[in-house]
Write a protein that binds this ligand. Structure first.
Ligand code: SF4
Length: 580
């Protein structure tokens, strides 16, 4: 009975999908591709969809998906020991050759552990044998700081899937056993084998060395793998459509990879360089093919307008009858034509990230826009019929003071006034929603040595900001709690000694306070310590392409309140940028 019910559940999922791949397993390398969150979340994740496509494009590979069961089903499966199976064929995950994870968020680390447990695969790499699948962990988080996940991975794939997947497959094809495979992979760009390193610590608990073990061939530092050019690449896009996902009616597509702005806090900006545009013709061709299944195109890029043909792409999507939803837009490149096309497609809301209300503080963090320009572009946005604005601000930025908090209120009030000026004659008021998050210093950025701000101080600032904005009509402020960010910072800044806290949090249902206490991890050590004198950082094992020297120079330049202009903007020599 249970088997039949399970079979029916799998068939139900597949019956609602368009675009999944079924291949016979015989003679093929079998990859179970895991998204460490629910199906509902995973099927709207472009990384997950793209890795699935890349694996299945190879004839000699069959790749099937597996997601974390929803809360109740997860609890039932964990207590009954019901093993994890793939969506496509209902095969036991532990019977696959490779168990590959695509991890995009730190909060999903506990889910990686749950899925290993559910699959019946030993959670720690050191406990696995050659009868277990090879556990490969990849995804955005792993090329920023993979160390907290290191004890769970046989292999960490650091970088971009387009480059890593063919290399992984040819190493597997050429190796006669697991040991040889790991040695082969260690020699390939982008593959980090955590068990090939002895990690040494100084007496104060800081990292002293990653020492490659003898005869493993492991390099002192693993270079991230990234595609050189996207000129001939298929852009990541939704290939499997289902109504049972967060963005069910959306065709998601990556238009351009990277952002040239070099904001000093932004790991995505630094880690996806250089900026690479996907071919406009192929974007439109994929959009045409997807049109029967989706009415809205979600453009997933951190700097959409860096695509040299963005206007042609938007016009093409409009012509296909899509409503268009961009991710956050960088203000400097917004033109009347772009905003006009977004409005024409039915979009009523635009998201922008001023980060702070003060021009001074924006020079510190290298967000190269000024309040004048933000207001000018807001005028353009509202004049072109967009009714709502979503804003992102941060608290706890270096050198931040009370004037900067007041400036958040002042800028938001001015934006609100701009909105009202355009809304009143039409008799339709929109709204402004502002999200305020504490800064979490990120690995691979100019702020990687910074401690997180004292929570008591951030709480005081949050309280002050709430008071400042309390009487702003038509504006809704959502100011995030410090506690939430604290544990995210631990996962972001930690090393492999944090892994026991991840395991404990997985066991106790996500009670991080108890997990940290139980595992004896000194979270403050990772979060509130000034790392500027550390000789080695946990994420230094991955070379993301930017040098520490550059980050240090950027940090100092920030303290001098100086921009580092992206080349395009430097060439424009725009009048609003003060020469410093
Ligand atoms: S503009 Fe946005 S995406 Fe680009 S570097 Fe700055 S914060 Fe990151």
């Amino acid at each position: 009975m249970a088997a039949r019910a399970r079979e029916e559940r799998h068939l139900d999922v597949l019956a609602k999908e368009v675009g999944y791949v079924r291949k016979p397993h015989g003679g093929r390398l079998r990859v179970a591709l895991a998204f460490p969150n629910t199906y509902f979340v995973g099927m709207s994740n472009l990384g997950f969809q793209t890795v699935y496509r890349l694996f299945n494009e190879l004839d000699d590979v069959v790749c099937e998906r597996v997601c974390l069961p929803p809360k109740q089903a997860l609890a039932a499966a964990l207590s009954s020991g019901q093993p994890l199976r793939t969506i496509e064929s209902g095969t036991l995950v532990r019977d696959f050759d490779v168990f590959a994870f695509s991890v995009s968020f730190e909060w999903d680390y506990t889910n990686v552990v749950s899925m290993l447990r559910l699959a019946g695969v030993p959670v720690r790499a050191e406990s696995r044998t050659t009868h277990d699948p090879l556990v490969v962990i990849g995804g955005a988080v792993t090329f920023v700081n993979p160390e907290p996940l290191a004890p769970f991975a046989d292999v960490i794939a650091a970088g971009e899937g387009e480059e890593l997947i063919p290399s992984l497959m040819s190493a597997i094809a050429g190796a006669s056993d697991r040991d040889e495979l790991l040695r082969r992979l260690a020699a390939v760009r982008g593959f980090y084998i955590p068990s090939f390193y002895d990690v040494e610590y100084a007496s104060d608990g800081t990292l002293a060395a990653f020492r490659p073990k003898a005869e493993t061939g492991a390099p002192p530092v693993v270079k991230k793998a990234a595609v050189k050019s996207t000129d001939r690449l298929d852009p990541p896009s939704t290939r499997i459509f289902t109504p049972d996902t967060e963005f069910g009616s959306r065709f998601l597509i990556e238009v351009v990879r990277g952002c040239a702005n070099l904001c000093r806090f932004c790991w995505a900006g630094y880690n996806y360089l250089p900026v690479r545009a996907f071919p406009a013709d192929r974007i439109l061709e994929l959009a045409r093919e997807a049109r029967p299944y989706a009415g809205r195109a979600g453009l997933v890029s951190i700097a959409l307008c860096d695509h040299p043909e963005i206007e042609r792409i938007l016009a093409g999507l409009l012509e296909l009858g899509y409503a268009i939803s961009p991710a956050s837009l960088r203000l400097d490149d917004l033109t009347p034509s772009i905003v006009g096309m977004l409005h024409q497609s039915g979009e009523r809301s635009i998201t922008i990230a001023p980060e702070t209300g003060s021009d001074r503080l924006r020079r510190v963090i290298n967000k190269t826009v000024t309040n004048d320009e933000i207001l000018e572009k807001a005028d353009l946005i509202f004049a072109n019929g967009i009714e709502n604005l979503k804003l992102y601000y941060m608290l706890g930025l270096p050198t931040e003071n009370d004037d900067d908090l007041v400036s958040i209120r002042d800028l938001t009030a001015q934006l609100r006034d701009t909105m009202l000026t355009h809304a009143r004659p039409k008799g339709r008021l929109g709204r402004i929603v502002a999200s305020v998050n504490p800064l979490i210093p990120k690995p691979g950025t100019a702020y990687q040595w910074l401690p997180m701000e004292d929570p008591a101080l951030t709480d005081r600032k949050a309280k002050r900001l709430r008071t400042l904005v309390a009487d702003l009509d038509n504006v809704y402020f959502n100011i995030k709690s410090e506690r939430h960010s604290y544990y995210q910072a631990l996962l972001s800044l930690g090393d492999r000694r944090v892994a026991p806290a991840i395991e404990a949090a997985e066991r106790n249902g996500g009670n991080w306070r108890a997990a940290v206490a139980e595992s004896g991890v000194d979270a403050d050590f990772y979060i509130f310590r000034d790392r500027s004198h550390d000789l080695l950082l946990p994420w230094d094992i991955i070379d993301g392409g930017m040098k520490a020297q550059f980050f240090r120079a950027e940090f100092d330049k920030g303290l001098r309140e100086q921009w580092t202009l992206p080349p395009k903007r430097a060439a424009e020599n725009r009048k609003f940028l003060p020469v410093l």
